[in-house]
Ligand binder design. Sequence first.
Ligand code: ATP
Ligand code: MG
Length: 314
Amino acid sequence: MHKLQNPFSKTSIAVIGDVMLDKYIFGEVERISPEAPVPITLVTGEKFVPGGAANTAANVATLGGRALLFGLTGADEAKDVLVNESKKFGINVRGLRSIEGRRTTQKIRVLGQSQQLLRIDYEELKALEVVEQNNLVQDLKAATSLNAVLVSDYAKGLISENLMKHIFEHCHKNNILVFIDPKPDHQAWYRGAFMITPNRKEAEAMVGYKLSSHENVLKAGKQLQANLGAHILITLGDKGMCLFEKNQEALVIQTEAREVYDVSGAGDTAVAALCLGYCSGMSLRESAVFANKAAGIKVGKLGTAPVRLEEIPA
Ligand SMILES: Nc1ncnc2c1ncn2[C@@H]1O[C@H](COP(=O)(O)OP(=O)(O)OP(=O)(O)O)[C@@H](O)[C@H]1O
Ligand SMILES: [Mg+2]
């Protein structure tokens, strides 16, 4: 599709949150190590992909929107790779700040014959220093003509109550919508958001009961909407999603049957598409249907991978 025809090309979304680098090591396993009862993986390839908030930003960009990424990394090699890979998708990375002495969050997956053998995580769950947070807020405030701020909270230390206060203050003053991909423990900080998108597990933790029946899904959605004063989209994995728009009946959106390879990152795709759709003039319902289709495409891909608009059926 030509860039000018993309319906999202004029929409700017700032994604702020825990950025990560996903590394995939592909290999073949043919024997067990003589040193310990573990498979020996003969490496055939490697791949790096933006992860966490950076994957959400990548989806905004590949769907055709303007994606500005805000977050913190270490001053290390992983940061350089993350910046390069993010730029390849067209993400504006000027809001990424690297901190000396901090480590870039990285998740390394070792795959033998496409099956995951091991995951290795590097992460530092350190809260931000005041000056780091202030810099981040200043950078965000300096971004002009934003349609939305999308908070991608993976509870890795970036999002705090205080940071959320600054985000809301700026966004409410400037008519910028706040979308939140939440973590349950932080729900008290999210009041003031336009839309919050928990997955099933997160919604369960937020309300304190299982969403094992449809009645409970409806109850939880309404409860979250009332408690947090926001529209709520509960994503339900292979059961699709349920939209709770204020003053409207809940809308259940089923997934379309397809081959599923890997569901990781589907939530990132969903919130990116939802935010981009709504900010580009779709109704919330249309945006949710679009998000469900986009996430459905993602699950047909291996690993964290953003979705392009051309891949989504009309
Ligand atoms: N097995 C599946 N088949 C079809 N669609 C799926 C499947 N799993 C997820 N999806 C799509 O992806 C959306 C988000 O999935 P899910 O609720 O698993 O999010 P999530 O747990 O936040 O994902 P992640 O944290 O891995 O990014 C769903 O609402 C649905 O549209
Ligand atoms: Mg998620």
